[in-house]
Design a protein around this ligand. Structure first.
Ligand code: G
Ligand code: G
Ligand code: MN
Ligand code: NA
Length: 255
């Protein structure tokens, strides 16, 4: 209840903003896109990550309000970048199970992009297995179909951490697997983790999915991943998430 009041206040003061973390091609180092991550410019506590306010994404009303604000800001950022001729690749937007329960959600999302004159194909959505498990099978399926009809790619986030990951790959249309960072962090030292990641990469490749390893923090991890046939990566080794204003610089420096 306190969070609800605080979050409404935060939205009215424009304190909720997206930051952007690059996703890179391991072979070339080129930035192929960014993941948008919610941040709260808290008036007294500084810049907060969803570890402190992520509960908003579980509440239908708050998730919808915050989600709408974020997508509007992301669309405005993308419009600016497009207008200045910047090639930023694809922007991945995290969507929660709560947002999918709202009727008309996919249509509203698409309308926001359209109003900003941002082609939908520059956007990707990231969902976790929780979205797929939530019992709203028909609503989720039809939203995903709508997104994909507009050439929005669907990424499965935190891949490997759920209990039925393989079933989901069969039942839902997914384009992109994001290997959870819990498997990546000890990759160089734990042979079991290395075997698991190699298997996930092999699975993704045989299903012709894009594969991105998350949470890459060292050159050694990047090298091992590339050796396993993983094409893309994201993590502090390449860059922390940055404010929208810093995205053009980051792209310029990566060239
Ligand atoms: O940025 P950080 O690592 O703190 O993000 C923590 C978690 O919060 C991640 O799992 C991420 O997917 C989730 N998250 C970040 N931004 C958003 C958002 O805009 N919407 C939703 N639903 N989840 C988000
Ligand atoms: O669950 P999701 O993949 O959306 O989570 C992304 C979160 O992971 C963000 O909060 C981001 O800040 C964090 N993150 C991004 N790169 C790294 C990294 O290299 N190491 C660690 N520990 N966290 C990372
Ligand atoms: Mn994510
Ligand atoms: Na993840």
């Amino acid at each position: 209840v306190a969070l609800r009041r605080e979050m409404r206040e935060a939205l009215s003061q424009d304190q909720i903003v997206p930051h952007y973390q690059p996703q890179v091609c391991l072979a070339t180092g080129a930035i192929v896109g960014f993941e948008a991550l919610a941040r709260w410019h808290h008036p007294t506590q500084g810049l907060l990550t969803p570890s402190t306010f992520g509960a908003v994404f579980d509440d239908v009303e708050l998730a919808t309000l915050v989600g709408q604000r974020l997508i509007r800001t992301i669309a405005a950022d993308m419009r600016n970048w497009l207008s200045s001729g910047l090639s930023f690749g694809r922007i991945a937007v995290n969507l929660s199970h709560a947002e999918f329960t709202q009727p008309g959600f996919a249509g509203d999302f698409l309308r926001t992009l359209d109003e900003a004159q941002v082609p939908a194909e520059y956007v990707e959505i990231e969902i976790t297995e929780k979205v797929l498990l939530d019992g709203h099978f028909d609503a989720v399926s039809s939203a995903l179909e709508t997104f994909r009809k507009h050439r929005i790619k669907v990424a499965l986030d935190d891949f490997g951490t759920g209990y039925a990951s393989l079933t989901h790959l069969k039942r839902f249309p997914v384009d992109h697997l994001k290997i959870d960072r819990s498997f990546v962090q000890d990759l160089e030292h734990d042979p079991d983790d290395a075997a698991i990641v190699a298997a996930m990469v092999g699975l993704g490749r045989s299903l012709k999915l894009q594969i991105t390893a998350e949470g890459v923090e060292t050159a050694g991890q990047a090298q091992r991943l590339q050796g396993m046939g993983c094409e893309y990566a994201q993590g502090f080794y390449f860059s922390h998430p940055v404010a929208g204003l810093d995205v053009p610089d980051l792209i310029a420096r990566s060239k």
